[in-house]
Design a protein around this ligand. Structure first.
Ligand code: TEU
Length: 566
């Protein structure tokens, strides 16, 4: 993407649908493709350009579809390939695009590839996965016999013994999610052929799950064991590994080259650095269009990681986002997100979901959408949906949460109440409760019993109520999306942070030629007296704000103002 020929997705907004929680059309309590089809007008009215569907492929659903057993079949719980084609046509008829979730770092352990690979040491697909003997000096099954000391992202070791062959296999996530061996060119070829099959079917691109994990250091060296943890941190040996750029370039050549469709690719890359991201998203290198980086969603965590919640210091976020804006200003492209199916609800995590839910939800939306990059909206974020008041560990279904609770309370000395408190703040299930459409039973999500309980605040927090309200989060998002569509300065303008050291004011400008947009956000529940911002030129006009007209020299709690001065 170059400034004089900006790619179409630099003015696009992407909406993530987590199908199992979006809308249920057949009353089985699980969201499905029919449910998404029924909400296309709602999404088109919001103004989004691209829908990203979390996995809908055949899967045992151990990790809610991120464990795939057939990449070219729709799981019956979501529908059929014919229903998919109908949905895709409906998306295209409304001028939107559809992106699939590509999960090829690992498959399900029920995928035929793995079943064959595991059947014997001599099977031709043995090398399609990472199989290793027990560590020298240890008997298979003995603690410490794992070929490397890496821990899984979902607790426990990243290696599981297969008693049949006496070898271990690698799984960076659950044992039900064995890692594919991307060193094997047959694996890569099979993945590219599947990707081409979906593109030939008419999809418009991919969100690539942990795509920077594909290349591992083949020596599989041990990692350092962090304080208080049971297993080693293997990430230095698989994060953006030795051949990752080679693999992504090969993928682009085998899959995307020569296609005349306007496609979009976004690589989910935990731990990616700005330097790496510049390489991954440099259009000249043709690897991916943009990446999901994780720096900003780790700032409220202590040395203990995700469950060691410390709260966010705004100065840390301003520093981080400023670095990413500067880092990708000349080469490459940022994605912009604060929510997805793995993150707790932003209005609860970074705002005030009790006293100032509308104000803080719209403040964060404006801050995010006015940065330079492609914004991503996660289902329900446009309604100001909140975290859930979970009361017991039995309320949770996410394996990451359930596994950690068990390991923390039985092996890490964490009390049950402390572990429950951590889950309440950070569990992925906060984002996975059904979308709240109305105040009807189960929030209008299903006529059956939802697979995961609806947030009890659905009676007041729901799409019908929001869109009928004077203070509508949905309509505020609509205006932000229109602002990006209609203003090149929002799309491409140079980002300049202001008041970098102010503890609660988030202020920045976007400049393109003579056009200047200024954003002022009060990231606090207290009134903020504005410092002298050395306004240049006439008094700037208010383009969009989340309060009615107020005093020019102060901001109300969680107030944001988008100002334009030429
Ligand atoms: O998540 C990748 C990832 O790093 C997650 O472990 C994430 O950081 C963590 O859940 C935050 O708490 C992707 C998918 O988005 C996630 O839903 C899958 O569970 C995971 O990969 C395995 O496919």
């Amino acid at each position: 993407m170059s400034i004089d020929q900006p790619a179409w997705w630099t003015s696009a907004v992407v909406y993530q649908v987590y199908p199992r929680s979006f809308a249920d059309s057949n009353g089985d309590g699980m969201g499905d493709l029919g449910g998404v089809l029924g909400k296309l007008d709602y999404l088109a009215e919001l103004g989004v350009d691209v829908l990203w569907l979390s996995p809908i492929y055949e899967s045992p659903q151990h990790d809610n579809g991120y464990d795939i057993s057939n990449y070219q079949e729709i799981d019956p719980v979501f529908g059929t390939l014919e229903e998919f084609d109908t949905l895709l046509a409906g998306v295209h008829e409304r001028g939107m695009k559809l992106v699939m979730d590509l999960v090829v770092n690992h498959t399900s352990n029920r995928h035929p590839w793995f079943i064959e690979s595991a059947s014997s040491r001599e099977n031709p697909k043995r090398d399609w996965y990472w199989w290793r003997d027990a560590r020298e000096g240890f008997a298979p099954g003995e603690r410490g016999a794992e070929p490397a000391n890496w821990g899984s992202a979902f607790s426990g070791p990243a290696w599981t013994l297969d008693p049949t062959s006496g070898q271990y296999y690698l799984h960076l996530f659950a044992p039900e999610q064995p890692d594919l061996n991307w060193e094997n060119r047959e694996v890569r070829g099979a993945v590219y052929s599947m990707m081409n099959w979906w593109l030939d079917r008419g999809v418009d691109g991919f969100r690539m799950d942990v795509v920077n994990f594909l290349s591992k250091n083949p020596a599989l060296p041990d990692g350092t064991v962090p304080a208080g943890q049971l297993w080693g941190d293997g990430s230095p040996h698989f994060l953006s590994g030795p051949r990752i750029h080679e693999f992504l370039s090969e993928m682009a050549l085998a899959v995307f080259d020569g296609r005349d469709a306007d496609l979009i690719t976004v690589g989910e890359m935990p731990g990616v650095t700005i330097e790496d991201a510049k390489l991954f998203t440099d259009p000249a290198r043709r690897e991916v269009d943009m990446v999901f980086q994780f720096e900003h969603v780790s700032l409220d965590q202590g040395p203990g990681g995700k469950w060691d919640y410390r709260g966010l210091d705004l100065l840390d976020l301003k520093t981080s986002w400023n670095r990413w804006q500067k880092g990708l200003a000349e080469t490459g492209w940022n994605s912009l997100y604060l929510n997805n199916h793995d993150q707790p609800r932003l209005v609860s995590r970074f705002g005030d979901d009790a006293g100032f839910r509308y104000e803080s939800a719209t403040l964060w939306a404006a801050l995010l959408h006015l940065h330079r990059g492609t914004p991503y909206i996660y289902q329900g974020e446009e309604l100001g949906m909140t975290n859930v008041p979970f009361t017991s560990v039995d309320d949770f279904q996410d394996l990451e949460s359930v596994n950690w609770f068990r390991e923390a309370t039985t092996e890490l000395g964490v009390t049950e109440s402390a572990a429950l408190a951590a889950l309440r703040i950070m569990s992925r299930d906060n984002a996975r409760t059904p979308v709240q459409w109305s105040d009807a039973p189960h929030a209008g999500f299903t006529s059956g019993t939802p697979w995961l309980a609806v947030n009890p605040n659905y009676t007041t927090v729901n799409a019908d109520a929001d869109r009928a309200s004077e203070k509508s989060v949905y309509r505020f998002y609509q205006q932000l999306i229109a602002l990006r569509h209609d203003n090149e300065v929002v799309r491409l303008g140079r980002f300049e942070m202001q008041q970098e050291d102010h503890p609660t004011l988030y202020a920045f400008t976007r400049t393109l030629g003579a056009q200047v947009i200024r954003v002022l956000g009060n990231v606090s529940g207290n009134e903020l007296v504005l410092p002298d911002l050395q306004e240049t030129g006439g008094s700037p006009g208010l383009v969009l704000g989340n309060y009615d007209a107020g005093s020019p020299d102060r901001l109300r709690p969680w107030e944001v103002r988008i100002l334009e001065s030429n």
